[in-house]
Design a protein around this ligand. Structure first.
Ligand code: PLP
Length: 430
């Protein structure tokens, strides 16, 4: 595979951008080689600046649930930009997107749009603290909630795990001292923690299916147990659905598991590939946000008309009847196709999926990982070797063993078969 243009431009990138990238997980540190600069996306495919084509399972890290450059999203964006790129005023479009999101997710009564998932979780945390008058927050090791100080205390998910660092420099002790980090799926530990700190805990935030430490599903009763404990201690249950939102069905993980959180955060799919995040929930809680209430949160470009247009077009596509049937079937077909191949070749790996997300676990396939400690035990070296093989076979996966893959409605049996074939060839060359 020829990557001359990518190599040349990455050299230039390193002169002007820290590490040559604008987000650390793009840096290929965990897989060797160097980042590939992309030029164009079409449906399930992405093309680099050297003219190589890949089946894309990154999908811009989740947003592109209808694939690259879907004609309806492109048309909506073209129409919106012709009318001006931003007004900084109230618009019809933000009401239209809010109506769709609230219709899709039953726990939402009101929603506030922001510009990223990080902003959404950061603001939801402030709101939880403002609403309850308490400072402490419980999070789980390996869950990523964006890069706000309070969430980067320790074991903050895939980005830092990929780099092999525990958290981040530059986080003042004070900013993270109220963050209590517990083990995912350990309800007993949460119970004990709340016994001790319950009166000071504003809320529990988690990825209801963790997708930033590989793929870790909630154990039976875990989410129900958290709901119960939040009710008992009068603190808020916050589902960070930035990744799972609209990925596990229209109502996200909360719909899939039938649990009603008090607040939820969104990003990725909600903006159809443009920068949008959102947080929302119960009306009485949301009433605490300025200008209705005293919790301040604002944004120059929040509810930007281009982002709203891409979000509305994407929501309209995913709200079509049967949208998820094919999407989930293709994800399940990829999971079973690869697991059959691994079993037939004696390859030490296993694919786990849920909805339209999947993860490639490398190592002895015992029982699925339940928490960060277990998921860290995956075979990183094998991942690196396999990753390079897959790239040269035209498969673009996230360059980290801790990241999940995303299926889009543009992927078909053709891409699934191509992917299984590419794995077969790459495994044979290991
Ligand atoms: N929360 C979760 C669960 C995420 O997966 C991410 C990003 O991957 C974020 C929050 C942060 O979102 P953003 O990268 O848009 O700031």
């Amino acid at each position: 595979m020829q990557l001359d243009a990518s190599k040349e431009w990455f050299k230039k990138a390193q002169e002007v951008l820290p590490g040559g990238v604008n987000s650390p997980v793009r840096a290929f540190k965990a897989v060797g080689g160097q980042p590939i600069l992309m030029d164009k996306g079409e449906g399930p495919y992405i093309h680099d600046i050297d003219g190589n084509t890949y089946v894309d399972y990154v999908g811009s890290w989740g947003p592109l649930i209808v694939g690259h450059a879907h004609p309806k999203v492109v048309a909506a964006l073209n129409a919106a930009v012709a009318k001006g790129s931003s007004f900084g005023t109230a618009t019809v479009q933000e009401v239209e997107l809010a109506k769709r999101v609230i219709q899709a997710v039953p726990s939402l009564e009101k929603v506030r749009f922001v510009n990223s998932g990080t902003e959404a979780t950061m603001s939801a945390l402030r709101l939880a603290r403002g609403f309850t008058g308490r400072d402490k927050i419980i999070k789980f090791a390996g869950c990523y909630h964006g890069h706000a100080d309070a969430f980067l205390s320790e074991s903050a998910g895939s980005g830092v795990a990929t780099l092999g660092i525990p958290g981040s420099a530059g986080v003042p002790k004070g900013a993270a001292q109220d963050t209590l980090t517990l083990n995912y799926n350990d309800l007993n530990q949460v119970d004990k923690c709340l016994e001790r700190h319950g009166q000071d805990v504003a809320g529990i935030i988690l990825e209801p299916v963790a997708g930033n430490m590989g793929l870790v599903k909630p154990a039976d009763g875990f989410l129900e147990g958290l709901r119960h404990l939040c009710d008992k201690y009068d603190c808020l249950l916050i589902f960070d659905e930035v990744m799972t939102g609209f990925r596990l069905g229209l109502a996200g993980a909360q719909g899939h598991f039938d649990i009603r959180p008090d607040l939820s955060t969104f990003g990725k799919v909600i903006g159809g590939g443009l920068p949008v995040g959102a947080y929302g929930g119960r009306r009485d809680i949301m009433a605490h946000i300025a200008p209705e209430g005293g919790v301040y949160q604002a944004g120059t470009l929040s509810g930007n008309p281009l982002a709203m247009a891409a979000g509305i077009a994407t929501m309209d596509l995913i709200m079509e009847p049967d949208f998820y049937t094919q999407l989930f079937a293709h994800t399940a077909a990829l999971e079973s196709g690869l697991n059959d191949l691994f079993a037939a070749t004696g390859f030490a790996g296993r694919v786990y999926s849920i909805g339209s997300m999947f993860h490639l676990w490398l190592g002895e396939p015992e029982t699925p990982a339940q928490n960060y400690e277990q998921t860290k035990a995956g075979d990183q070296e094998l991942f690196q070797k396999l990753y390079q093989g897959l790239l040269s076979e035209g498969i673009y996966m996230a360059p980290s063993a801790f990241e999940v893959g995303f299926m889009s409605s543009a992927h078909t049996e053709v891409e699934v078969e191509k992917t299984v074939r590419a794995f077969k060839n790459s495994i044979a060359k290991l």
